[in-house]
Design a protein around this ligand. Structure first.
Ligand code: EPU
Length: 440
């Protein structure tokens, strides 16, 4: 029996495909639930206190189920119910995360900090790189070393120990890494003394985890700024916490509306988290109205070309890069799109080229000359965001676009096809038969 934590890579039985009719216009209201990239870390943060923490507004996606399995193997009892997960953490959690789970969920590395803080020892499989880039761990490791941990890499594992506890330290990050900031933060809340993380990440997901940790009894100053000051405490208590809305899912629908001359209202998300992205859409010609927890994007013409540069928050999010390329592909004029976070993020432009997009990349820049219409074709999703971007691009193509390997999309969008159906798109999903094998 395979383990029950989701589809994982495609099986020999075939790959799932999404077929989408071009020429649709996204219109209507769509709700977003909690952010995957926050919920995963909030679940790991539960490890910091014995007892039951409950996290609500979680997205029902495979990655969350895999994180549940990671926690179970660490001795926690994990129960999912509706949009909540209850994580009951034992007094002495385990300290190992194996490769069979870490390779399916790179974010499992976020148990490194909390387990080291709780147990004084941790052995987590090295996640390696993935389809969007090489993805180093040097800042995680360097920061924990400054806090007194002894860290080695052996047989594909990162092994860290701090038998007499971690101590507060000043840590300068070379780059505001989201994952390193989270790991160091979760280690620092139980360290002896005060830790300062400079050049810390400022993403809304970081503010979310700081909020949960503070409710657990942690002392954190500067959430949402580049300097986090954490005064270590002896112990934390379990809490209930609601996950912040998913700005990348909301941003996907916003770009979809702009690209299809649509009219979409997104609810469940503070529009300030998408400030620069929405501003770019305004420059492209959309009308954007914002509320406290919702926004509406309307477009009545072909978008004008805009240049977009991805940067850590509050910059334009790298996870919306495929949507930025999609927008540029159908805009009037040429756009320069620059990616500054992941070295492999442009891998998917070859698939966009199959849809007729005119894109030239050079290093981390792409020059995109917009076309009035794209041309439908079978294409392949290479990662979560590229997959979603290809489906949205398919809306601007003539005919039916078939996107294969859409299990990637499932990892970030809990109700992708249903949401698009609700926005008036003609779309279907099915399992395609196995590709034929050739032999001599
Ligand atoms: N980096 C290093 N050394 C480190 C840490 C990071 O070189 O020690 C590099 C990475 O290789 C990468 C860059 O710094 O080139 C940014 O990495 P960061 O640590 O900020 O990203 P992450 O924590 O690995 C999270 C999200 C990503 C999102 C990025 C940037 C999760 C689970 N993942 O990754 O989300 O793109 O932050 O915002 O939170 C996605 O959801 O599709 C996704 C890829």
């Amino acid at each position: 029996m395979p383990p029950a934590y989701g589809p994982g890579p495609p099986t020999m039985a075939g790959v799932d495909v999404i077929r989408v009719d071009g020429g649709a216009r996204l219109a209507g209201e769509v709700g977003v639930v909690g952010a995957k990239n926050s919920a995963l870390k909030l679940m790991a943060a539960a490890l910091l206190a014995p007892g039951e923490s409950v996290i609500s507004n979680i997205p029902r996606i495979t990655d969350i189920a895999i994180m549940g399995e990671v926690l179970r193997r660490l001795g926690c009892s994990v129960a999912f119910s509706g949009d909540e997960v209850a994580v009951d953490v034992p007094a002495e959690p385990g300290s190992e995360a194996d490769y069979d789970l870490v390779r399916r969920l790179r974010a499992s590395i976020c148990v490194l900090g909390p387990l080291l803080a709780r147990c004084g020892y941790v052995r987590v499989a090295h996640p390696g790189g993935d389809a969007i880039g090489s993805r180093g761990l040097d800042m995680h490791v360097g920061g924990l070393s400054r806090m007194g941990a002894d860290i080695t890499g052996e047989h594909g594992f990162v092994i860290a120990s701090a038998p007499s506890g971690l101590r507060g330290a000043t840590i300068w990050l070379d780059f505001p890494s989201v994952g390193a900031t989270e790991n160091l933060l979760m280690a620092a809340v139980l360290a002896n003394g005060t830790t300062e993380i400079d050049n810390a990440a400022r993403e809304p997901e970081i503010v979310d985890i700081c909020g949960m940790l503070t409710d657990m009894g942690a002392r954190i100053d500067g959430a949402g700024t580049s300097t986090l000051r954490i005064e270590g405490v002896d112990e934390l208590r379990p809490v209930r916490h609601a996950t912040v809305g998913d700005r990348i899912v909301g941003g996907t629908w916003a770009f979809g509306a702009a690209m299809t001359r649509g009219d979409v209202t997104v609810t469940g998300l503070n529009p300030l988290f998408l400030d620069i992205a929405l501003d770019k859409l305004v420059s492209a010609g959309t009308t954007v109205e914002t509320g406290t927890d919702s926004f509406r994007v309307r477009m009545d013409r072909r978008p004008a070309a805009v240049d977009i540069v991805t940067l850590p928050f509050p910059g334009f999010p790298t996870d919306l890069l495929p949507m930025a390329i999609g927008l540029a592909s159908v805009s009037e004029g040429a756009s320069l799109v620059t990616e500054n976070i992941f070295d492999g993020r442009f891998m998917f432009v070859n698939e966009m080229a199959r849809l007729g997009a005119d894109i030239r990349t050079d290093g981390h820049h792409a020059v995109v000359r917009g076309r009035e219409r794209l041309s439908s074709a079978p294409v392949r999703a290479t990662d979560i965001r590229a997959g979603a971007g290809l489906v949205i691009a398919g809306l601007c193509a003539d005919g039916v676009t078939e996107v294969s390997h859409v299990h990637h999309i499932d990892r970030g969008y809990p109700t992708f096809v249903a949401d698009l159906l609700g926005l008036g798109v003609s779309i279907e999903r099915e399992t395609a038969p196995e590709e034929p094998a050739f032999s001599f």
